[in-house]
Design a protein around this ligand. Structure first.
Ligand SMILES: Cc1ncc(C[n+]2csc(CCOP(=O)(O)OP(=O)(O)O)c2C)c(N)n1
Ligand SMILES: [Mg+2]
Length: 593
């Protein structure tokens, strides 16, 4: 069939149902964006491609539907790097379309040239460059299928002179296949281990969310065994939070109950998780990873099995299928050993942690440091981070989708909200980019119009994406709610300065003259300042109503004191020693040009 290359491209997108694109317009993509409206594809023109890429990530994570990033070759495309790598470790299947400088001139150092394949080589699961205009649909189809298979970003690089060519091709077909259910023997071995376990524990990761029916299958298995279910770091929605067996997130500022329970395990089923390092690092000063337990690890990607921890049984397969297979192979008496005692241990551990969490108001100082004590004394009437989180919980609808950002206040929130459904919690993940909170929640709302959404960010991280306030108030952009924790500091890094650098604060202070609520108002959105718990609860309550009923986007600037919680990287930091010493007098003066 005769068609143009751009028609072939867009027809292939349509075949796969990819109907939302994020980026900034540029001449190298115009031949296809020109026909987006006719194709039923919405182009969301953001203020910065990094945020646009994170919107695509948020959209796809909240919906399970693939979306795409697209921009101008060169500087538009380089701006996507952080977002694509972020999506990679969020296991998000997104399509990255990178128009390329023209073959006719590439290598001459012309305009907006960049080696875009090398640029993303370490950020995508698959990448391919179109070699001939007639292969554009074939290549695109393969790239999209690879993104789905790997549940990760995949890139198609298109020399811009390949657009607007007439080709004669058949559209390619989509090849779908059933995912593996795990090796028969391995599933039996796992079932045997769990059947004879005294204290089995399940640890759900992103794979439980990505696998169709994964959470449900883990619930059935957990109930059969009466095994508590922990979730991996930043995958807090990988098991229903209202289930009696839910034990909460492991890692930094997570659920102490989950940590205490998994510590007692003699067998752990790790379901759909690569066991990322932050899911097993000590929390609350506690080493909880059960080094003597038998570990069963299930992952769709064999490369990730046994990567970080000693594993007894590895199973390559789909989380739902493997969990169901294990359940069907359990012995009749599986879970019966100490069942009643285990159930009461779970209930007691959870309830004492819930009580402890409610009574936690202050952040602790390490011995020999006093930052938190000084921070409280400095602003005695201000909310502490935990007071702010409790006020937020009062107004946060249970069905809300929330995002998080990288920073101390967002991290302190780890143990607070829980989720009864999956695809509700968009944390920045293990690439750890500041600036994820706002764009990801905007993307989520574009995909889930009938669900209330609330984005979270610290004030430093928010500054990275603040320019999106100039984009999201327009036309069809749906209303969202964003909370900014205003402590006038890059807090998470400042905590490192207090612990390892004797309060030598380099680059940690923010401008107290800046009002984010004011910026929101200037962008035609609604900016609100909340100084007390009551004000914060009321502001969030009103903002959700405004979002759902009146189409109003609200930015709530939550004014909090400067207390700082646990540092992210106790594992990676150590106090430096001075050996040669550094002296200002050694600095040479450069002549001015
Ligand atoms: C893009 C990026 N730049 C820098 C960092 C390093 N970093 C991690 S946390 C943090 C501080 C975050 O400060 P803020 O957003 O104000 O939140 P707070 O810790 O004060 O709650 C920084 C700079 C990062 N993770 N990502
Ligand atoms: Mg801050």
């Amino acid at each position: 069939m005769k068609m143009t290359t751009e028609e072939a491209f867009v027809k292939t997108l349509q075949m796969h149902g990819i109907d939302n694109a994020f980026g900034i317009i540029g001449s190298a993509m115009m031949p296809i964006s020109d026909i987006f409206p006719d194709a039923g594809i919405t182009f969301w023109d953001c203020a910065h491609e990094t945020s646009g890429g994170m919107m695509a990530d948020g959209f796809t994570r909240a919906t399970g539907k693939m979306s795409m990033m697209i921009a101008q070759n060169g500087p538009g495309i380089t701006n996507f790097v952080t977002a694509v790598k972020t999506a990679y470790w969020n296991h998000t299947p997104v399509l990255l379309v990178t128009p390329q400088a023209a073959n006719k001139t590439i290598g001459q150092g012309g305009f907006q040239e960049m080696e875009q394949m090398n640029l993303f080589a370490d950020c995508v699961a698959y990448q391919e460059e179109v070699r001939d205009p007639s292969r554009i649909a074939e290549t695109l189809n393969r790239v999209i299928m690879q993104a789905k298979r790997a549940s990760a970003p995949a890139q198609i690089n298109v020399p811009r002179d390949f657009w607007t060519q007439v080709i004669d091709i058949e559209l390619p077909v989509i090849v779908d296949f059933e995912l593996p259910q795990g090796g028969e023997q391995a599933v039996q071995d796992a079932a045997d281990l769990l059947s004879s376990a005294k204290f089995p524990v399940i640890l759900n990761g992103a794979g439980a969310i990505l696998s169709k029916g994964g959470i449900e299958a883990s619930r059935v298995l957990a109930e059969t065994l009466d095994a508590p279910v922990c979730v991996g770091y930043q995958h807090n929605d990988a098991f229903p939070g209202n289930h009696p067996l839910y034990a909460g997130p492991l890692g930094y500022n997570g659920s102490k109950a989950g940590m205490e329970l998994i510590k007692q395990a003699d067998v752990v089923l790790c379901l759909g998780t690569r066991l990322n390092p932050f899911s097993t690092l000590p929390g609350y000063g506690m080493e909880y990873w059960p080094t003597d337990a038998k570990i069963i690890q299930v992952d769709i990607n064999p490369d990730r099995i046994g990567l970080t921890k000693k594993v007894t049984v590895g199973i390559v397969g789909d989380a739902a299928k493997v969990a169901s297979g294990i359940t069907s192979k359990l012995s009749d008496s599986a879970g019966d050993t100490d069942r009643a005692a285990r159930k009461s241990t779970i209930a007691q551990t959870k309830s004492s942690w819930a009580q402890e969490l409610t009574s936690m108001n202050e952040e602790q100082d390490d011995p020999g440091t006093s930052w938190n004590q000084r921070a409280r004394a400095d602003k005695p009437d201000w909310m502490s981070p935990r007071m702010a989180w409790r006020a937020i919980q009062q107004a946060l609808p249970v069905e809300a989708i929330i995002s998080s950002d990288i920073g101390n206040n967002c991290a302190i929130g780890n143990a607070y909200p829980s989720f009864n459904d999956s695809r509700k919690y968009l944390a920045p993940g293990l690439f750890g980019p500041c600036g994820y909170g706002l764009p990801s929640i905007v993307g989520a709302k574009i995909g889930q119009r009938n669900t209330p959404v609330v984005g979270f960010a610290g004030d430093g991280a928010f500054g990275i994406s603040v320019n999106e306030l100039t984009a999201i108030g327009r036309g069809d952009w749906p209303a969202i709610t964003q909370i900014v924790f205003r402590n006038y500091q890059w807090g998470a890094e400042k905590r490192n300065s207090t612990l390892w650098f004797d309060d030598n604060f380099v680059g940690t202070e923010l401008d107290e003259g800046v009002s984010y609520a004011g910026i929101a108002n200037a962008c035609g959105l609604k900016g609100v300042i909340a100084r007390t718990q009551d004000e914060l609860t009321a502001a969030l309550d009103q903002a959700i109503k405004d979002q759902m009923e009146n189409g109003i986007t609200t930015l709530i600037e939550a004014m909090i004191n400067q207390e700082l919680g646990e540092p992210f990287r106790r594992d990676a930091m150590k106090k430096p020693v001075e050996v040669a010493g550094i002296n200002k007098d050694d600095m040479r003066t450069q002549p001015l040009a």
